[in-house]
Design a protein around this ligand. Structure first.
Ligand SMILES: Nc1nc2c(ncn2[C@@H]2O[C@H](COP(=O)(O)OP(=O)(O)OP(=O)(O)O)[C@@H](O)[C@H]2O)c(=O)[nH]1
Length: 472
């Protein structure tokens, strides 16, 4: 997702400013202009960007910057807050309750991924023990019912629709009534899409909404919509009571900034993002971890998510304690690589690391002081493992880099499992390539090889979040 590049551009602008000997208004303006350009290039609406720039200027106190406080942190924090503000409309979306009937209506332009997203949403809840059902009120597109039927059958979700009936209101009402009787707790109504915003589409949508009285209307938006996002989202909001947004195709080459504009236009939060065509390529959207990653500030809660998935239960408390004390040792790195090895093909990557295990002594493994590893110790490890000294030195460089990232985490509150973010799953080959040592990347065949490897790994791709992926 191209939004990741936005993070890089912003980080570079801040870094350039931090490098300046004197931070005056001119330097600050240059930095903010650079950031503005990056935001506009990501398809974030002009007005939002301009307001953001004004707000940052108000928040950032030049005297604080001049006094030698951590300039990078001050600016980064201001941008972080502003981006969170855009993405957080201030009130949460209606949340359906398990066991209590809710009707959720999906709206959006044709091809936005509405039908696919309806099934993903149903499947997501079904996995959590809900009883969802799908109603196809799209009588406009031939084949829409078949598509929903096919998806629903695959996921074993009850569905309702008709090949004969042409009145979407009638189908929607019948479907909702039927599933209410069957005690389904999440009744999802898929509506028609059109190629562009048309009066007829909005009128039909309004009628379906009036007849079924949904508890929540979800606006589905393709992330590649670009600058048109704001107007499009606003047009939908004016016809029906949009209460939440789902942004699809975040896995593609879309700039993604439209997501921010859609939130501003509908004053509704993004609740999920679609990250692929498959049923389970669907993630809960959390504002703070998203912005955090966007700005290259790392995603602590995403990392924690991974720890809980990968690290054996009995080892978790000890590991978390050590990390929150800023105590990242070679042994931790080793053990975590071992946990990854269990996860399949990624093991091939890490098995390239020289000198782990028997060649290292407990003192070396458990010290968080890299200076302990002097040249003679590295020579010994190289001899013992049959590796070149250069490889051992590279391993130590990687350790130092990760340890540096971890030292910044010192004192962080450890989130509980329920607070974890799913966004870290959005790590892609590009981010991963930044984390891997260049030599290792070369050995697995560059970006192409890495992409293949990640395909094989499936969901374990997000493991890199664990090793500071994107936190550069
Ligand atoms: N890569 C990717 N493709 C997606 C995603 N969501 C949906 N798609 C694809 O986008 C295309 C359009 O999706 P549909 O669900 O048919 O779109 P729709 O909005 O229901 O279209 P109408 O019913 O005509 O309004 C399909 O090929 C989907 O597989 C996603 O998150 N990522």
């Amino acid at each position: 997702m191209v939004l990741a590049q936005l993070g890089g551009s912003i980080s570079r602008a801040i870094q350039q400013m931090s490098n300046a000997t004197i931070i005056d208004e001119k330097v600050l303006n240059e930095c903010l202009n650079e950031i503005t350009r990056a935001l506009l290039q990501s398809d974030i609406q002009f007005k939002l960007v301009r307001d953001m720039q004004t707000n940052i200027k108000k928040i950032v106190n030049l005297e604080d910057l001049a006094a030698g406080h951590n300039k990078r942190k001050i600016i980064q924090q201001a941008i972080f807050n502003e981006l969170c503000k855009i993405l957080d409309p201030g009130k949460p979306a209606f949340t359906p309750k398990k066991g209590k009937t809710s009707v959720v209506m999906f709206v959006g332009l044709q091809g936005s991924g509405k039908t696919t997203t309806c099934t993903k949403y149903a499947y997501y809840h079904q996995k959590k023990g809900w009883k969802p059902a799908l109603v196809c009120a799209d009588t406009f597109r031939a084949g829409a019912f078949d598509q929903l039927k096919q998806n629903a059958t695959k996921a074993k979700i009850p569905f309702y629709g008709s090949y004969m009936e042409s009145d979407p209101v009638k189908i929607a009402v019948e479907g909702v009534e039927r599933f209410k009787k069957e005690n389904c707790d999440l009744i999802i109504v898929d509506t028609s899409g059109r190629h562009k915003q048309e009066a007829a589409l909005f009128e039909e949508m309004r009628q379906v909404s009036e007849a079924t009285k949904p508890d929540l209307v979800i606006f589905v938006m393709d992330s590649s919509i670009g600058q048109a996002a704001f107007d499009q989202a606003q047009a939908f909001k004016q016809s029906v009571a949009v209460g939440a947004v789902i942004v699809t195709k975040m896995d593609g080459h879309a700039k993604g900034g439209g997501a921010l504009s859609a939130v501003a236009a509908t004053k509704s939060p993004v609740i999920f993002i679609g990250t692929g065509e498959h049923m389970d390529e669907f993630e809960v959207f959390d504002v703070k971890p998203f912005v955090s990653r966007l700005l290259g500030m790392g995603d602590w809660s995403g990392f924690m998510d991974k720890i809980h998935e990968v690290v054996p239960m009995d080892q978790q408390p000890e590991l978390l304690q050590k990390l929150s004390e800023g105590n990242f040792t070679l042994r931790i790195m080793y053990e975590q690589f071992q946990n990854i090895l269990k996860m399949g093909p990624i093991g091939q990557v890490f098995s390239m690391l020289p000198g782990f295990s028997s060649e290292l002594m407990p003192k070396e493994l458990d010290s968080s002081n890299p200076k302990l590893m002097n040249e003679s110790r590295m020579m010994r490890i190289a001899r013992g493992s049959g590796r070149h000294i250069r490889e051992v030195m590279e391993m130590m460089e990687e350790y130092k880099r990760l340890a540096k990232i971890w030292s910044k985490m010192k004192g962080l509150k450890i989130p509980k499992k329920g607070e974890m973010s799913a966004l870290s799953r959005n790590m892609n080959a590009q981010n991963m390539s930044k984390v891997l040592p260049p030599q290792m990347l070369k050995q697995i065949g560059g970006m192409g090889g890495l992409q293949n490897l990640m395909k094989q790994m499936g969901s374990s791709k997000d493991m890199m979040g664990m090793f500071g992926g994107g936190d550069k």
